[in-house]
Ligand binder design. Sequence first.
Ligand code: ADP
Ligand code: MG
Length: 502
Amino acid sequence: MHWFYTPYPHTILFLAYSWGFPIILHVDNHSVRIAAREKHKQKEWGTKVNSTKQIWQAVLGNLELSLSKASFTTWFKNTAILEQSSGKVVIGVPNAFTKEWLMNKFHQAILRAIRAVNPEIKQIEYQITGGYNRRAAEPPPRIVSLPASPEHTPTVKSSSLSTGLNPKYTFLNFIVGGNNELAVAAAQGVTKNPGRAYNPLFIYGGVGLGKTHLLQAIGNDFLNSGVAKQVLYVTTEKFTNEFIQAVRYNKGETFKNLYRGVDVLLIDDVQFLAGKEQTQEEFFHTFNALHQINKQIVLSSDRLPKEIPAIEERLVSRFEWGMIADVQPPDFETRLAILRSKAKERGYDVGPGVLEYIAQTVETNIRELEGSLNRLMVFCQLNNTSPTLDKVKNILANIVFPPKKRMASAKKIMEVVADFYNVTIDDLVKQSRKKEYVLPRQVAMYIIRKELETSLPMIGEIFGGRDHTTVIHAIDKVQRVGKEKEALKHEISLITNRIYMD
Ligand code: ADP
Ligand code: MG
């Protein structure tokens, strides 16, 4: 089953696949408010966004927020708007396979995202271009704000249009508990006193615990209060891509103007700076330029600055200059409060005890918590049944949880571990005893054993034909160290979370 969130407030689009055909269920209980907001957006865009390329970039920007990185790259790479006329757009796609997927899986989400930019559009057609159409899509339509051709060079002003913010993330719908109160207080402190309270604010914690939500809430708060005008939210991945494009197309100045001209810079997932030396260098200068003139910087990461591998010391020290606040997994009461708020927001009607049961059962993270509730509701709606407690127990056990576990594989685990420690899969497998490979290798073996219960000789086989006693030793080592060192335990739980993320 696949789940997609549209990037619009209070609107959820579910596509259920397990029944062999797509069923689209659309819950939208605040459409009036959204319509008003979109009309306003349209007014703004109407005057400033004119090229189809800019429209498509805005649409991709929206879609990117709601999809996993893998889905987004797979399905939206090499797409572009080919034509736009009287209520219709033609989207160019590289092949028939992509066309089918976009039509079946993402059509509604694309239509909504396009209509947010231009409500006149009523119809979308997909056309196979066989590779991307160079004329219509130069540069390749990844989300980049620095175009290849000089005639489309955006001014700093026009790029400020794209704040990267999704209005659905606010402080109002962020539940505060013991697990995140420090981070929330710091985030609100920043909105009241930008550039002065804590600069930078560095928020860290595991997957799905609300970091992106908080960064976005800070940005939205600034936009609404008007305290800061130029607000920019960007993922580290996007920053990196834009930087690479800027270098490639000789647009360094435009890049600098864009990032050094903001009042507030919100950068998500800075752990992805690991190993990217040139981007780190550029980021260092961006950071300094903004910090010197008291512009607010907020960063998020899945771990503490000094735990990010292959990152320059001078960046670590800057990340530690201001305030470091963590978000932890929520306790039962907070999980329940979050579920209540989500159920209310979406108008879900559930029987007594149901939310309590979910809150008890799903302990990992909030994305998972929300996902379980959504999956349950869709299942009930599609099967015309109401979510009472006994049904919920059954459905959660049989429908919601098992597919997750099956998704792990030794390959996936090795990929995530390698990515986490910034080494390659080859480094894990090869016969090297270098310190930087030994720990990741041992951790990967440990997780494979724990999650998949793979036999010891088989694990040895996977890791380049090692003897099973070596595997025993490795797993033992991780267990022993893990008992003493909180940091390693924390790393393993981060990695495990990420393995099951999408
Ligand atoms: P992260 O960036 O840490 O991986 P996200 O910010 O994407 O996590 O959060 C995952 C989901 O959980 C989002 O839908 C977010 O709105 C929701 N969420 C996280 N924390 C809270 C909270 N305290 N209250 C309400 N919703 C939350
Ligand atoms: Mg995030």
